[in-house]
Design a protein around this ligand. Structure first.
Ligand code: ZN
Length: 298
């Protein structure tokens, strides 16, 4: 009798133990899974936060964007030359260190249009080359001149010289054949004949059009190509294009088309501590020139 009683009890105890252990296991498993899920969610959240704010050191310098992204126009000219800046398009350099051959000058001339016949802008000094200019530059120049004339009724802006096949030698006011910015077809010497047509740096402050152009031309894509601050020394000294971007030239009436983006960055000194830049220094700051004195590109 005793044995019959013990067996069911033992069996009941075993079954209860198994059920108890089973229940404990079942309860623990979801808890563990839940915990793992929470951990994963936390990790994902952390990852998301890490992705939102990449763990990079703060930029201390305003690094130049790639020149190609912003301004290069590779269809600027079909003319060829050993001048390595031609691929910079409207930003190409011609100066005493970055020269072009006569074949470049001849080809470039064929690509230009007449500013007088297309836009009625007068050439006030007709020995310089038929008032020829690049079509895109002409379009922008015409709007600029129109805006100046609207602001100063009775005044006009004419050209003293746009494209030139030959350069001249007159110290820091001129550049020789092959070294003249006028060969680009993107340049004109501009003057308001109300103040006379003599190109004299001493009378500059009395000319409203010079002040207006200096302050406003960048909005139309033009820059003061040879500002005094970048002339690189007194006028009595020889031309000196230095490694920092001085041009060696001083020609306040000389405006060069580079496109609105570059003109704005040059005029507002984006890469020159807020001061009016030179095209040479600007291109150097954008990291595309190797040696300004040797006239080489990267
Ligand atoms: Zn000029």
């Amino acid at each position: 009798m005793k044995k019959r009683w013990i067996l069911p009890v033992v069996l009941t105890l075993i079954v209860s133990l198994v059920v108890f252990v089973g229940l404990v296991f079942l309860n623990r498993t979801p808890a563990t899974e839940k915990h793992v899920d929470e951990e994963n969610a936390e990790k994902t959240e952390n990852n998301r936060e890490e992705n939102d704010t990449p763990d990079e050191p703060e930029k201390l310098v305003d690094e130049p964007e790639k020149l190609d992204d912003v301004i290069i126009d590779r269809e600027f000219t079909n003319a060829t030359s050993g001048n390595c800046t031609i691929p910079f398009g409207k930003l190409m350099l011609i100066n005493p260190n970055y020269t072009v051959e006569t074949s470049f000058i001849a080809q470039r001339k064929k690509e230009l249009i007449s500013l007088s016949s297309n836009y009625g802008i007068r050439e006030l000094h007709s020995w310089n080359g038929d008032n020829l200019i690049d079509a895109e530059a002409a379009e922008h120049l015409a709007v600029m001149v129109k805006d100046y004339e609207a602001e100063y009724p009775g005044h006009e802006i004419g050209t003293m010289s746009c494209f030139r096949s030959v350069g001249t030698n007159c110290g820091r006011l001129c550049a020789a054949t092959g070294a003249s910015d006028h060969h680009t077809g993107l340049t004109c010497d501009l003057i308001d004949p109300s103040y006379g047509t003599s190109l004299d740096t001493d009378t500059l402050p009395q000319h409203i059009e010079w002040q207006w152009l200096k302050a406003n031309s960048y909005k139309y894509g033009f820059i003061d190509r040879f500002p005094e601050a970048w002339a690189g020394g007194p006028m009595s000294e020889p031309l000196n294009v230095d490694e920092n971007g001085s041009t060696g030239l001083f020609e306040t009436w000389h405006y060069r088309y580079v496109g609105i983006t570059a003109a704005t960055e040059i005029a507002t000194g984006k890469y020159n501590n807020g001061e009016y830049d030179s095209l040479e220094h600007y291109l150097k700051s954008r990291g595309v020139l190797l040696d300004l004195k040797a006239g080489t590109c990267k």
